[in-house]
Design a protein around this ligand. Structure first.
Ligand SMILES: [Zn+2]
Length: 98
């Protein structure tokens, strides 16, 4: 019985060490800095949720292409990255299989 407990403890310890090695802490540059807005926001292009400081926030957007869309003109827009921002303004529709 004691052997079973010891084996479980050894497996637990080696798994813990393995995950510690496989998934190290995110680098400091990825962590929110002082003054960063960490409120989650939804991407206006793909609908992904992302902390505000990680994405691209666009105030006073020019909605030349998407005037007929449901986004109000005075609303600020949020995107995961510049690619989504560009695609949104190009009038593209999000395709998750690309
Ligand atoms: Zn997005």
């Amino acid at each position: 019985m004691l052997a079973v407990i010891i084996v479980i403890l050894i497996i637990w310890a080696s798994m813990w060490a393995f995950y510690k090695f496989m998934y190290p802490r995110a680098p400091k540059s990825m962590m929110p800095k002082e003054g960063d807005v960490t409120t989650p926001r939804q991407c206006n292009f793909c609908g992904n949720s992302l902390a505000e400081y990680r994405g691209v926030l666009e105030t006073n957007p020019t909605l030349a292409v998407n005037n007929d869309s449901n986004v109000a003109a005075d609303k600020e827009l949020f995107f995961c990255n510049y690619e989504h921002q560009a695609d949104f303004h190009a009038g593209k529709v999000y395709n998750p299989n690309v």
